[in-house]
Design a binder for this molecule. Structure first.
Ligand SMILES: [Zn+2]
Ligand SMILES: [Zn+2]
Length: 69
């Protein structure tokens, strides 16, 4: 069973990332800043291929925000 890279799937939680890149409308990720520490959690081959979902970005921002304070 060959697993194809699913670009509509978040590489971190494997849920739908609701990325708009594959559709006609601009994706929310275009205006979102992805922290470098979050990008580092994605396997190299999946970076810049599938978007991280908004939930994972929010979660990371919360966690790193808590650590900073
Ligand atoms: Zn996710
Ligand atoms: Zn996207």
């Amino acid at each position: 069973m060959a697993q194809r890279m699913n670009t509509s799937q978040c590489p971190l939680c494997q849920r739908s990332n609701h990325c708009g890149v594959n559709s006609d409308m601009p994706c929310w990720c275009m205006s979102e800043t992805f922290p470098e520490g979050l990008l580092e959690q994605i396997p190299q081959e999946q970076r810049c291929i599938s978007c991280i979902c908004q939930a994972c970005v929010k979660k990371y921002q919360l966690e790193s925000g808590n650590k900073a304070k």
